[in-house]
Write a protein that binds this ligand. Sequence first.
Ligand SMILES: Nc1ncnc2c1ncn2[C@@H]1O[C@H](COP(=O)(O)OP(=O)(O)OP(=O)(O)O)[C@@H](O)[C@H]1O
Ligand SMILES: [Mg+2]
Length: 249
Amino acid sequence: MSLLDVNRVSFSYVKGKPVLKNVTFSVEEGETVGIIGANGAGKSTLLKLLVGLLFPDPMAGTAMEDGWISVDHQQVTPKSLSRIRQQIGYVFQDSDIQLFMPTVAEDVGFAPKNYGFSKQEVAQRVTRALQMTGTYELRDRSCLELSGGQKKLVSLATVLSMSPPLLIFDEPTSALDPKNRRLVMNVFRSLPETRMIVSHDLDLVLDLCNRVILLCDGKIVRDGNARDILSDENLLEENGLELPLRLQK
Ligand SMILES: Nc1ncnc2c1ncn2[C@@H]1O[C@H](COP(=O)(O)OP(=O)(O)OP(=O)(O)O)[C@@H](O)[C@H]1O
Ligand SMILES: [Mg+2]
């Protein structure tokens, strides 16, 4: 088994209209995987299944076995969620869902405090995560008052403060100005953890990921070497995407 196994997973918000169809892949420790696909392809839905915010469709009444997801040998079920969420850090596409405490520092310290680290350890983790994301100066501000880009950076900090073995990011650089986009890319590069990144910024995916999974209409159409997939103009166009800017003539 791998760090992450996704096995024949289908998912429907509305019965009979699956938005993920029989998705299977594994991620090994240390990999950096980009998940790409046009709007509505199913990328965010897939990430939500990985962290147990949604669960695979049961296959009762069909000839197929139920699909399943496991993280570090533990199947993702309602009962295993507390443990699963120690293994995965998830940065939502929408930062407003991520941030809920009165101040930035409380938000970034929420998970370490909850998982029982000492006061001193929580403080150290918060300071480190804020410094990594360039948000230390914002520590006493209310999350409600932050700009979209500042919220994104603080959301990253809330995950970095736990440093779980698997990090997943949904559009981590959307809303960021060029300088902060570069900052986040440098942070990603410096992380030793296994990373999965959903992004429409294919230049970023090309820079940061060794492997790419291309989704179209809820199905995996290609899973392989990032450079091979991201330089295949026909494949990208057939699936509603364009070459990374860096590879365009
Ligand atoms: N809560 C929901 N209820 C019903 N349908 C939903 C819900 N969330 C998403 N969908 C539908 O599921 C499909 C996949 O959505 P998803 O958000 O996973 O796409 P995505 O690949 O992340 O797209 P984007 O690039 O725009 O973020 C879309 O057709 C979307 O309309
Ligand atoms: Mg999405």
